[in-house]
Design a protein around this ligand. Structure first.
Ligand SMILES: NC(=O)c1ccc[n+]([C@@H]2O[C@H](COP(=O)([O-])OP(=O)(O)OC[C@H]3O[C@@H](n4cnc5c(N)ncnc54)[C@H](OP(=O)(O)O)[C@@H]3O)[C@@H](O)[C@H]2O)c1
Length: 220
């Protein structure tokens, strides 16, 4: 089925975002894919409209024309340099882009959050993820889906010690989850599966707010 929708993606250069941008470009659902990036990705595709922006200075023109808004943006406190800088990337920017996109006609928001997201958590990361989920919910999108993956698996350009250790834990955990089902949600998830789930759910256009937990992402 051919459709004439426009996708807007932030975080296209990241692990999940990179899988997603190619899936969006290949999908018949979209005739145009807008990416907001802070530096050029040097990707060429007739459907791609890459916009190099300053995320602190976004305007309506940067997001105009989007139907479906996808957010795969994120950082770590270490990479960002401070809790405040982390919060900007994981909370302020996703909400700001979402607000502008809604005001210019977007109908769906698909957000990559995280397992354990909880605005009341004493863990800063989980609290920030819970807050971004809640603030986007409050924007009032007709369709809003939150994806809460566990540790993401896939090939990264840069080395992350925490994730490399996590992969070892994941290897040990995998057989245990067969015996202890409640632990299944902690099993690592391929980033490509998260991207597939995002496209699939956007294509279904299910009204209302939905949360897809890590377990449910394994079937994609
Ligand atoms: N890693 C995990 O195991 C894990 C587990 C659960 C949930 N998550 C969440 O899943 C989401 C996607 O994760 P991922 O690992 O795919 O992300 P990633 O590979 O770290 O990519 C992050 C994206 O955010 C962009 N970004 C970072 N800092 C920025 C800034 N200051 N200004 C503008 N853009 C910025 C990056 O752009 P540049 O290329 O320009 O840096 C990149 O496109 C994140 O929200 C993450 O918190 C991750």
């Amino acid at each position: 089925m051919h459709s004439s929708k426009t996708a807007l993606l932030i975080g296209a250069s990241g692990l999940v975002g990179n899988y997603l941008v190619f899936k969006l470009l290949q999908s018949d659902r979209y005739e145009k894919v807008i990416t907001l990036v802070r530096r050029p990705m040097h990707l060429k595709h007739p459907k791609l409209d890459e916009r190099v922006v300053d995320f602190d200075q976004l305007s309506f023109e940067d997001v105009a024309g989007a139907d479906d808004m996808f957010c795969c943006l994120g950082t770590t406190i270490k990479q960002a340099g401070s809790k405040e800088a982390f919060r900007k990337v994981d909370l302020i920017y996703p909400v700001k882009v979402g607000k502008l996109a809604l005001e210019t006609g977007a109908k769906q928001y698909l957000l990559v959050s995280s397992i354990g997201a909880n605005a009341q958590s004493s863990i800063f990361y989980s609290k920030t993820k819970g807050e971004v989920e809640a603030q986007i919910a409050a924007l009032g999108y007709p369709n809003y889906t939150i994806f809460r993956p566990s540790m993401l698996l896939g090939k990264r350009k840069q080395f992350r010690l925490g994730e490399e250790l996590g992969k070892v834990v994941n290897l040990v955990l995998s057989p245990i989850t067969l015996l202890v089902p409640p632990l299944r949600k902690y099993k690592g998830i391929q980033a490509s599966k998260v991207a597939s789930a995002m496209l699939d759910i956007a294509s279904q256009e299910v009204p209302g707010q939905h949360i897809i937990e890590s377990n449910d992402l394994q079937r994609y």
